[in-house]
Design a protein around this ligand. Structure first.
Ligand code: SAM
Length: 248
């Protein structure tokens, strides 16, 4: 059988395409893309003329079987999404799972992903983090998920669309308190790239005052809750201070 290459593409800046991605997209027999109309200009800009096959949420199961047959026939293919790394909040999971189950070779070509790009420059702990993707659109469901994460000590990463940014920041204040540290990364790798950081209520206030900045693409990163040992340590220090005061 042939090989499926899972190829990351830029998240805004075309120069972030890797050499290996270009070579691979040129040499494969076809490219499965989330939105062929979206990917055509990308391939065109890279000077690549390829057969595009659509693979999106609504046809992934059926399409995966067809692509499996092609690969079993000895063809090589590539999978790309509209931006960044396929399968990271993008289609491809069913295809990759099917190919793995069927013993077909799947080769990842690393490249941009908004989550890693955002974390790499946010200034929040990155030794452990949890990627939560998009929160539900409904306020009660969103709040329930956030409340479930309120004591999570790892850095939390979310994707959010501009028209839900403000509601999302509000729900976060309810679930985590206004003082929790947040870093909002906007328009990564693009002309208007911006990082806004501070306490939740300050960052919320910033976007209230600068509503022109509530546009583009966003990654939201929250500092995790203090570790239990940290909290216990702080409580012990407060107790110690009290004792010292009493003794004085
Ligand atoms: N597969 C992509 C990846 O690897 O990051 C994610 C695709 S997901 C459908 C799109 C979301 O990713 C956007 O709504 C935004 O939250 C985030 N995103 C993508 N590109 C971004 C960028 N240039 N700046 C900030 N966030 C971005």
């Amino acid at each position: 059988p042939g090989t499926l290459y899972v190829v990351a593409t830029p998240i805004g800046n075309l120069a972030d395409i890797t050499r290996r991605a270009v070579e691979t997209l040129e040499k494969v027999d076809w490219v499965a893309a989330e939105d062929t109309r979206h990917s055509k200009p990308l391939l065109h800009a890279l000077g690549i003329n390829q057969t595009l096959i659509s693979l999106h949420e609504h046809n992934e199961l059926q399409r995966s079987e067809q692509l499996l047959a092609k690969l079993k026939n000895g063809e090589n293919g590539a999978l790309i999404s509209d931006a960044g790394t396929p399968l990271i909040n993008d289609p491809g999971y069913h295809l990759v799972k099917l190919l793995r189950d069927e013993g077909v070779n799947v080769v990842p070509l690393p490249g941009p992903s908004a989550v890693i790009t955002a974390l790499s420059a946010a200034g929040l702990p990155t030794d452990r983090f949890t990627y939560e993707g998009f929160l539900p659109a409904k306020a009660n469901k969103r709040l329930a998920i956030l409340e479930g994460l309120a004591t999570e000590v790892r850095t939390l990463v979310f994707y959010e669309s501009p028209h839900r940014l403000m509601e999302c920041l509000q729900s976060m204040q309810t679930a985590f308190g206004e003082e929790r540290e947040i870093v909002v990364a906007r328009e990564l790798t693009k002309k208007f790239e911006q990082f806004v950081s501070g306490k939740l209520h300050d960052v919320y206030g910033y976007f209230i005052e600068n509503s022109d900045k509530v546009r583009g693409e966003f990654v939201l990163m929250l500092k995790g809750a203090p570790e239990k040992s940290e909290e216990a340590g702080e409580a012990a220090l407060i107790e110690q201070d009290k004792m010292i005061q009493v003794m004085l």
